[in-house]
Write a protein that binds this ligand. Structure first.
Ligand SMILES: *[C@@H]1O[C@H](CO)[C@@H](O)[C@H](O)[C@H]1NC(C)=O
Ligand SMILES: *[C@@H]1O[C@H](CO)[C@@H](O)[C@H](O)[C@H]1NC(C)=O
Ligand SMILES: *[C@@H]1O[C@H](CO)[C@@H](O)[C@H](O)[C@H]1NC(C)=O
Ligand SMILES: *[C@@H]1O[C@H](CO)[C@@H](O)[C@H](O)[C@H]1NC(C)=O
Ligand SMILES: *[C@@H]1O[C@H](CO)[C@@H](O)[C@H](O)[C@H]1NC(C)=O
Ligand SMILES: *[C@@H]1O[C@H](CO)[C@@H](O)[C@H](O)[C@H]1NC(C)=O
Ligand SMILES: *[C@@H]1O[C@H](CO)[C@@H](O)[C@H](O)[C@H]1NC(C)=O
Ligand SMILES: *[C@@H]1O[C@H](CO)[C@@H](O)[C@H](O)[C@H]1NC(C)=O
Length: 466
């Protein structure tokens, strides 16, 4: 430790009284699945895991009511779509609080209210307007809470790591220039004044896989064999999450708000993914989340190198694997539970279960990137009635995509909807993968390493090599 930072550490230790901050781990209860258990069954699972808090993405009355029968703390969210209207209308803010919070507040321990979800990440002109409506809405909602005498609810918003324009080394952490002064600074002022938190969604999984192989898997999974010393701050890091969190602290410090408290609104590790993704498996997911829980529930608190000893309230993503999230395969595999209520792996969010009491895990099989060819085809047992719409979409994205399945094309035979759909999915995916196209089609498509080409019909492929 160097003298230059001692005064800051000292100040932090005094400024952050840990007593009032819960080190109990929360769980994000996402609902983007068409096969999820009922609220009451879901809450049983949450209690089984010994979570201390539940975070919701919408104020669902049935769930808020059911949570009133528990001792769980609850975080709810004002949906992104409402932010702009509420920002200019106090009546709307009051009505929202009256409808969504007031009826449940007496029984349900609502303690956090998020204004939107990662809205500072949404690009496009439409969304940029919302950025500037964020802090006014935070103020209006807080005012409504006060009006209704709801005094112990913190108001905040969740931010993704892309609110930073640089995060490495951690001391170089800086907010994006398009939001730093007009949005983040007034937000930090609000959070500081109201003793709320800066809530960050932080995923070492993405930072690790995007920087493969420079960052080691051990470093991302808290297995602490590697260390990194920030050449400017001289702080030494033993895991990737600390490094990411401290980059936020340094960014806040640069704006003059180095003592706003930090909380993690989402973190986690996917338990499965597509063939062209790697490191997403049950073994790594269990390792990450168990080590995370151990770190965040340790007494006395561990904190991060820039803020040692400080509790960081942490909420894991997510309760269930959610089959209606689109994007790459990992998106649908963040859960602690399958929709059939079976645990993906054992986990005790209280941090009290020692590692040796957990059953052995299946060994990881995809910790290195796959090398070779991949195709995208119709998944076995797909709903044939639904294929037509998906094919129409795939083929409408460019003129070339479906040439081969036209009557004059090489892949017209056999004339079958499944065979044509496989070609259309594959052709679409190979063409658009680099610009974000995925091989999913609402669950109708899947990646394969087996060449579906037949006769003169050649399926294009994606070739991976690292
Ligand atoms: C916002 O307000 C406008 C004008 O009153 C209304 O048309 C629109 O539906 C509102 N948006 C939402 C999401 O409620
Ligand atoms: C504010 O919202 C209320 C309730 O929806 C509505 O009646 C009123 O017209 C709005 N005021 C303005 C200025 O848009
Ligand atoms: C710090 O971040 C800036 C971008 O904001 C980048 O250009 C620079 O290379 C970073 N410094 C180091 C040492 O990586
Ligand atoms: C943050 O809040 C504290 C306590 O309310 C106050 O003393 C301090 O001046 C605030 N910091 C800034 C940068 O406004
Ligand atoms: C880090 O260490 C170097 C070399 O010992 C020293 O010059 C520098 O001032 C230190 N930086 C801080 C922020 O303490
Ligand atoms: C629940 O679903 C998972 C994943 O599909 C499966 O592996 C497991 O066998 C199922 N458990 C039960 C009890 O059906
Ligand atoms: C199959 O897809 C069609 C069209 O999308 C839909 O109406 C139908 O409900 C689906 N059937 C099943 C069993 O999911
Ligand atoms: C497809 O071809 C037609 C006619 O040649 C053209 O007008 C259209 O813009 C093309 N569409 C796409 C998506 O390339």
């Amino acid at each position: 430790m160097n003298m230059g930072f001692l005064p800051l550490f000292f100040f932090c230790l005094i400024a952050f009284s840990n007593a009032e901050i819960s080190s109990k781990i929360g769980i994000n209860y996402g609902l983007l699945g068409n096969n999820l258990p009922s609220p009451s069954r879901s809450i049983k699972l949450i209690k089984h895991m010994k979570a201390g808090l539940v975070k919701l993405y919408q104020p669902v009355p049935e769930i808020l009511k059911a949570l009133g029968k528990t001792n769980l703390e609850v975080a709810v969210m004002v949906p992104n779509e409402l932010i702009s209207n509420i920002s200019s209308n106090q009546t709307l803010a009051d009505e929202w609080v009256k409808t969504n919070i007031l009826p449940f507040y007496r029984k349900t321990k609502i303690r956090t209210l998020f204004i939107g979800n990662e809205i500072l990440s949404a690009y496009g002109d439409q969304n940029k307007k919302t950025w500037f409506d964020l802090v006014p809405t935070m103020r209006r909602i807080r005012y409504s809470l006060k009006t209704h005498n709801l005094r112990n609810i913190k108001v905040g918003t969740t931010c993704a790591m892309d609110v930073l324009q640089s995060s490495f080394p951690p001391s170089n952490g800086t907010f994006r220039s398009d939001i730093a002064i007009p949005v983040i600074k007034p937000m930090l002022q609000f959070l500081n004044k109201t003793k709320s938190f800066f809530f960050i969604d932080s995923y070492p999984f993405f930072a690790w896989s995007q920087n493969y192989p420079q960052i080691s898997l051990d470093y991302a999974l808290f297995r602490g064999r590697t260390k990194y010393t920030d050449p400017v701050s001289n702080l030494t890091y033993t895991n990737l999450l600390d490094q990411m969190l401290d980059s936020v602290i340094f960014a806040m410090t640069k704006l003059g708000f180095g003592d706003v408290r930090l909380a993690i609104s989402e973190t986690g590790w996917p338990n499965a993914g597509d063939i062209d993704q790697f490191g997403a498996n049950i073994y790594n997911a269990a390792t990450y989340n168990r080590n995370l829980v151990r770190k965040m529930t340790a007494k006395p608190a561990i904190g991060t190198p820039a803020r040692p000893g400080v509790v960081i309230p942490t909420t894991i993503f997510a309760l269930f694997n959610e089959n209606q999230k689109d994007g790459a395969g990992t998106e649908r595999h963040w859960g602690q539970f399958y929709p059939n209520e079976t645990a993906v792996y054992q986990i005790d969010l209280s941090g009290e279960t020692p590692d040796h009491e957990y059953q052995a895990l299946p060994p990881p099989t995809n910790n290195e990137p796959y090398k070779g060819k991949i195709w995208c085809v119709v998944v076995k047992g797909a709903n044939v009635t639904a294929l037509g719409g998906a094919v129409k979409y795939a083929c409408s994205q460019s003129n070339r995509t479906c040439d081969a399945i036209a009557p004059t094309g090489n892949c017209y035979e056999p004339v079958s909807i499944v065979s044509h759909a496989s070609y259309a999915f594959d052709s679409y995916w190979v063409q658009f993968r680099s610009s974000g196209g995925t091989c999913y089609f609402s669950g109708l498509a899947t990646q394969t390493t087996k060449d579906p080409s037949h006769g003169s019909c050649k399926f294009p492929s994606v070739t991976l090599s690292v």
